[in-house]
Design a protein around this ligand. Structure first.
Ligand SMILES: NC(=O)c1ccc[n+]([C@@H]2O[C@H](COP(=O)([O-])OP(=O)(O)OC[C@H]3O[C@@H](n4cnc5c(N)ncnc54)[C@H](OP(=O)(O)O)[C@@H]3O)[C@@H](O)[C@H]2O)c1
Length: 462
C-alpha cells in the first residue's frame, strides 16, 4: 500500500492512500487546500481521487473539501452518521466558515471563502463496525468517541490504521495534547479497542506514521499519557478554582510550545474548557466540594412522612430562610412539591432534580442527574460569583444521600420526639461527623428541639 502525506501546510494533516481506488484521509484546513490539491495531483497524475474518509466534523479536518470536489467532482465523502448530520446544520457550517477565516488570517494565507456549503456534505455515512470495499481496498470503520461524538477511525486492508484525534495528539518533540473534548472514559475505551485491532502501520492524527521503534508500545504510551494528562488537569482545576486561572495554567502546561498556526490560543481555550467540563462530569469524586446541608430531624433522623414534613416549627423555618437566602438550594422533585403553591422559593436559585425530561418549572433550574447538577452548580457559581458555601442541599432523603459526599457542614434542627416517618436523613453521628455547635434546648409549645451544627471530619483524623 502506498501512503503519502499530502498535507497542504506542515505535515501530518492529510494522507493519500493509493490503489485501484485512491483514498484521502481528512481534507485539512481551508487555507491549505490549494497546496493539498496540488500535492495530490502530483501523486495521481490523471488518475481520479475516489473517496475522502473523514475522522470527524471539525473545521480543520473538513474545510479543504470544497477544493477537493472542485478538482475531482466525482469524489465521494465518508464519515459517521453523526458527522453527516452535523455537516448540514447551518450553525455548524457557519462556525466552520468563521474558524477557517480566523485560521487563514492567523497563518497569513489566502483561502476561498466563496465556497458552497453543500460541498462539505457527507455522501456516505458509515456505522460503527461497518466494512466497505473501495477498489482494491477493504475499509473497516469504527467509532472512536471521545474527541467528538462523531469521531471515527479506519482500518485499511487489515493493515493501516487511520486514527481519529480521540487518542490525543502527539508532538514530534515527545509532547502530548489530550483531546477528549466530550468523553474521557470513551477515549480510554477507544485506545483499548484500537490496540486490539493490532494494525501493522498506524497514522496518528496531526502527527503521521508511528515509527517502527515506537509501534509496539504506542497504545500503552497513549493510554498512559491520556491518564497522566487527566490527572494533571484535575490537579490544576483543584489548585485554580477560577476557570480563567485554570485555563491559563493549562495553556502554560499543555500549549505554550505548540505552533499557534496549527492551533491558535482561542481554539485551545475552547478545547480545554470542554475537557474541564467533561472531567467534572465524569469524575465528580475527584473535585472536593464544600456544600452545606440543612434538615430538621427527629430522634431517629426521620425527616418526612407521606410526602410531608414531620412538623412545622416557626424558628426552624426562620433559620432555613436565613441559611438559604441568596444561595443555590438543591432539592429533589418530591420536596419541591411540598412548597406552597408549588412555586420556587424566592430570593434563592432553586435547583430541582428530576428524571422527567420534559419537566420545566418557571423560575427554577432543572437537572436530570447528580453529575448534571454538579456541572450546573459550577456554572451558576461562576455566573453569580458564589462559592461552595453558598450551595445548600435541602433534601429530601434521596438528595441528602446522594449529595452527602459533597457536603462538609450540616445545620440540623434536632427534634426531641419520635414521629412515624417514611423518609430519613443519614445519621451523621453514625457517619462520624462531629457535633461542633448546639443551641441548647428550645421549645415550641410542648415540643423540645435544638439547633445543631455538624462538621464532616477530615479522613486522616478519623
Ligand atoms: N425534614 C426536612 O428537613 C426535610 C427536608 C426536605 C424534605 N423532607 C421530606 O422528605 C420527603 C421527600 O424525600 P424523598 O427522598 O422521598 O424525595 P426527594 O429527595 O425530595 O425527591 C425525590 C425525587 O427527586 C428526583 N431525583 C432524586 N435523585 C435524582 C437523580 N439522581 N437524578 C434525577 N432526579 C433525581 C426524582 O424525581 P422524579 O421522580 O421526578 O424523577 C425523585 O423521585 C418528604 O416527606 C419531604 O417533606 C424533609
Amino acid at each position: 500500500m502506498t501512503v503519502i502525506d499530502v498535507s497542504g501546510c506542515g505535515s501530518g494533516a492529510v494522507f493519500l492512500i493509493k490503489g485501484k481506488a485512491n483514498l484521502l484521509f481528512e481534507a485539512g484546513m481551508a487555507y491549505a487546500a490549494d497546496q493539498m490539491v496540488e500535492n495530490i495531483k502530483r501523486e495521481l497524475g490523471d488518475a481520479e481521487l475516489d473517496a475522502v474518509l473523514l475522522s470527524h466534523s471539525h473545521y480543520d479536518h473538513v474545510a479543504g473539501l470544497p477544493a477537493v470536489r472542485k478538482a475531482w467532482p466525482g469524489v465521494k465523502t465518508y464519515a459517521s452518521e453523526r458527522a453527516k448530520e452535523i455537516l448540514v446544520k447551518p450553525g455548524a457550517l457557519k462556525t466552520i466558515r468563521r474558524l477557517s477565516g480566523e485560521a487563514a488570517e492567523a497563518a497569513g494565507l489566502p483561502w476561498d471563502s466563496e465556497y458552497d456549503d453543500a460541498d462539505l456534505q457527507i455522501d456516505v455515512s458509515l456505522e460503527d463496525g461497518e466494512t466497505i470495499e473501495l477498489g482494491d481496498h477493504t475499509i473497516y470503520a469504527f467509532a472512536t468517541i471521545g474527541h467528538t461524538k462523531c469521531s471515527m477511525s479506519y482500518l485499511i486492508d487489515d493493515e493501516l490504521m487511520l486514527c481519529s484525534e480521540t487518542v490525543g495528539v502527539m508532538g514530534h518533540d515527545g509532547s502530548y495534547m489530550p483531546s477528549f473534548l466530550v468523553d474521557y472514559k470513551a477515549a480510554e475505551e477507544s485506545i483499548e479497542y484500537s490496540s486490539e485491532l493490532d494494525a501493522k502501520e498506524i497514522i496518528l492524527n496531526h502527527y503521521g506514521f508511528v515509527s517502527e521503534a515506537d509501534k509496539a508500545a504506542i497504545w500503552d504510551v497513549l493510554m498512559q499519557k491520556l491518564r497522566d494528562s487527566r490527572d494533571v488537569m484535575i490537579d490544576i482545576m483543584n489548585r485554580f478554582p477560577e476557570e480563567e486561572a485554570a485555563l491559563r495554567e493549562m495553556e502554560r502546561v499543555f500549549h505554550s510550545h505548540v505552533d499557534k498556526k496549527e492551533q491558535p490560543d482561542e481554539a485551545f481555550y475552547i478545547n480545554a474548557a470542554s475537557m474541564m467540563k467533561t472531567l467534572k462530569r465524569q469524575f465528580p469524586e475527584r473535585f472536593p466540594r464544600h456544600f452545606q446541608l440543612i434538615a430538621a430531624v427527629d430522634r431517629n433522623w426521620g425527616i418526612g412522612n407521606k410526602g410531608q414534613m414531620l412538623t412545622v416549627i416557626p424558628a426552624d423555618q426562620k433559620l432555613f430562610r436565613q441559611e438559604t437566602m441568596g444561595k443555590i438550594i438543591v432539592m429533589g422533585y418530591k420536596t419541591f412539591l411540598t412548597f406552597p403553591a408549588q412555586r420556587p422559593l424566592d430570593g434563592r436559585i432553586n435547583l430541582i432534580l428530576t428524571k422527567k425530561k420534559a419537566l420545566s418549572v418557571k423560575g427554577a433550574e432543572i437537572c436530570h442527574s447528580v453529575e448534571e447538577a454538579l456541572v450546573r452548580i459550577d456554572e451558576l457559581k461562576q455566573e453569580k460569583h458564589l462559592t461552595d458555601v453558598d450551595v445548600v442541599i435541602i433534601g429530601g432523603e434521596s438528595i441528602y444521600r446522594q449529595f452527602l459526599p459533597f457536603c462538609d457542614t450540616a445545620q440540623i434542627t434536632w427534634i426531641d420526639f419520635s414521629y412515624v416517618a417514611d423518609t430519613h436523613m443519614v445519621d451523621l453521628e453514625k457517619e462520624g461527623w462531629e457535633l461542633v455547635r448546639r443551641s441548647g434546648e428550645q421549645t415550641f409549645f410542648n415540643l423540645c428541639y435544638e439547633f445543631r451544627e455538624y462538621r464532616k471530619l477530615e479522613k486522616e483524623s478519623l
